[in-house]
Design a protein around this ligand. Structure first.
Ligand SMILES: [Zn+2]
Length: 444
């Protein structure tokens, strides 16, 4: 059975969409779901298969105050109105006319407002515009602010992307930055990106999304991509700005990295932005794959205490001990990393493992001993990174030498056993003297 929406509600929805062009629509609704079908909701099609009710999402961030809109519609006393529900109250045209009463339904309607229109086809299909918008003007953006711009994510570990400017560097996960769809001349201004009560200042590091010659900020227009087709004819997602993963993080945008989109306001600022995003909170218990990019925030932080680390490496001191002294904030991150790799261990061991893994001197020593013992083929790369292959090799050694627990972590016991085994190796024979190669006789 095909159904349709009452034409008067289609007109109302169009008017709302024009007034709030980028409003959220997550709680919009027309046709009822199965739950509605069991009740006498106006979301169920009537005998003529027409739905005479509609829900409109509350979206304060974009100025759509559902209660105010509901009130403005009621104040118009439009004869098409049957009743409106908003924020736990119902207001009807016929029952206690135009007075809000307590609404006792299960859904308090605090994320949308509901409107039902008259059961009379002449009224519900009346397509005259609704007279309510003057009472709820669209929010006026302040000058210089580009409002309600759709933002998508670019760069970082999930989207290998090089900056279109200057050094054309690879854009990282920890780097703040935006992309705007026209090329700027040097020196480029910075951009403040605003989402709700958060904002972040970023450099402009790339050209896009979609267009490369759409300076909508200078032309006083909306992003051209909002037409749905870009200047080369590609279908767009209507984005007018791209944000790096770190910028999305800083604005608190949820969702998997590399896939996020949101709606932001932005403006030019003269302030120089920080290049690296602030350190994110310690990893949560959520399982995360270990790869180089998990380490990047940590590496950036470690760069700040690099001089002390270099000193420690020269003097053979434990870097973990050094971190405890100079950067105790890193310990919780180390625990998080240890916890991801060794979830079965108690937390103190996880901290030590995290510390060990960040101690390239120790790790390289372990890798070197494993290679001397020829435990794995091909040999480990002695890079000082305690990755999955190193862990596997250590586990193999522990099992072969009855180190308990055999957990892949080289603690004091394992390191000692490795030392003993390496000492048992006969010293390698001296390199044989190079044999005399054929003597190249010069032509005589
Ligand atoms: Zn509803």
């Amino acid at each position: 059975m095909t159904w349709r929406l009452a034409k008067s509600l289609g007109v109302l929805r169009d008017q709302i969409n024009v007034q709030w062009p980028v409003r959220a629509k997550g709680n919009d609704g027309t046709i009822g779901d199965e739950r509605h079908a069991a009740t006498s909701s106006d979301h169920n099609p009537n005998s003529a298969d027409v739905v005479t009710a509609m829900d409109i999402t509350k979206d304060l961030a974009h100025g759509l105050d559902s209660r105010k809109v509901a009130q403005a519609i009621l104040d118009s006393r439009d004869p098409r109105i049957k009743y409106v529900i908003s924020d736990g109250q119902i207001c009807s045209a016929t029952v206690s006319p135009w007075v809000w009463r307590k609404y006792t339904g299960a859904d308090p309607h605090d994320h949308h407002f509901h409107i039902s229109v008259s059961a009379d086809p002449v009224l519900y299909d009346d397509t005259r515009p609704w007279q309510f918008l003057k009472a709820v003007p669209a929010p006026q953006p302040r000058p210089g602010l580009f409002s309600n711009i759709i933002a998508t994510e670019f760069g970082g570990s999930t989207d290998e992307e090089f900056s279109a400017y200057d050094d054309e560097h690879l854009i990282t996960d920890v780097e703040l930055g935006v992309s705007l769809p026209a090329r700027f001349l040097s020196p480029r201004r910075s951009v403040r990106v605003i989402k709700g009560n958060r904002s972040v200042i970023c450099p402009i590091i790339d050209v896009g999304p979609w267009n490369i010659n759409d300076p909508y900020w200078a032309n006083g227009t909306r992003p051209q991509s909002e037409t749905g087709v870009d200047m080369t004819g590609r279908k767009t997602n209507r984005a007018g700005i791209d944000l790096t993963p770190a910028t999305m993080d800083a604005l608190g945008i949820p969702g998997p990295r590399g896939t996020r989109s949101t709606v932001v306001d932005w403006e030019f600022v003269e302030v120089q932005p920080p290049v690296v995003a602030p350190l994110p909170p310690p990893p949560t218990k959520e399982p995360a794959t270990m790869n180089l990019f998990n380490f990047l925030p940590l590496l950036m932080r470690i760069l700040q205490i690099l001089p002390q680390i270099q000193d420690a490496m020269r003097s053979g001191q434990s870097i973990f001990v050094l971190l405890q002294k100079f950067a105790p904030d890193l310990i919780s991150i180390l625990t998080g990393i240890g916890g991801q790799l060794f979830p079965e261990l108690p937390a103190p061991s996880q901290t030590q493992i995290g510390g060990l893994m960040m101690d390239p001197v120790k790790v390289r020593g372990i890798q070197n001993k494993i290679n001397q013992l020829k435990l794995v083929t091909p040999p480990l790369i002695e890079d000082g990174i305690y990755g999955a292959m190193t862990k596997d090799a250590v586990l193999k050694f522990q099992q072969a030498h009855n180190v308990v627990p055999a957990d892949g972590w080289a603690g004091d016991q394992t390191t000692g056993a490795l030392q003993v085994e390496v000492a048992k190796l006969t010293p390698p024979p001296a390199a044989p003297a190079p044999t005399a190669g054929p003597v190249l006789s010069l032509g005589v």
